[in-house]
Design a protein around this ligand. Structure first.
Ligand SMILES: [Zn+2]
Length: 147
């Protein structure tokens, strides 16, 4: 049986991205479509590997593209490094936070949506992703106006 999304702790999504797991939780079916294996994490070891390797391919392609564009545009080294550092973060963290905030907002559970924004703001300021930070700051403001 699938746990409804609204009862899930946003930090679990966050921790999964970091490769961590919540302790003392019952095993759940692997999130890979059609896979019957039970797992402590999101995917069973086999599918975790598959997901990781797809992700690595994605990151490698994105990085190659940034470097290629930089050659054409004459982008400064610092700027390129900043962009490269964001590749993984961008793919990994925004969907989870954004999706949750949107779900809570649709349920008119504004306090929870704001709590997700706070987590996102803390996280993005920690990793110095200013776009992410600003995005969730304005999202939070909108939610506070709706309350
Ligand atoms: Zn699996």
């Amino acid at each position: 049986m699938k746990e409804p999304l609204r009862t899930q702790n946003p930090w679990r999504l966050f921790l999964w991205k970091e490769g961590g797991q919540m302790p003392s939780k019952p095993k759940k079916p692997c999130a890979y479509p059609g896979c019957p294996n039970l797992t402590d994490g999101r995917y069973c070891p086999e599918h975790q590997q598959k997901v990781n390797s797809n992700y690595e391919k994605y990151v490698a392609t994105e990085r190659a593209q940034i470097i290629e564009h930089a050659k054409w545009l004459g982008t400064s080294k610092t700027e390129v490094e900043g962009k490269l550092a964001k590749v993984g973060l961008f793919n990994c963290t925004i969907p989870a936070f954004k999706r949750l905030a949107i779900i809570y907002e649709k349920q008119k559970d504004y306090d929870k949506a704001i709590a997700v924004c706070d987590s996102a703001i803390r996280y993005y300021s920690l990793v110095k992703n200013h776009e992410g930070e600003e995005d969730f700051k304005s999202r939070k403001e909108k939610l506070q106006n709706k309350k």
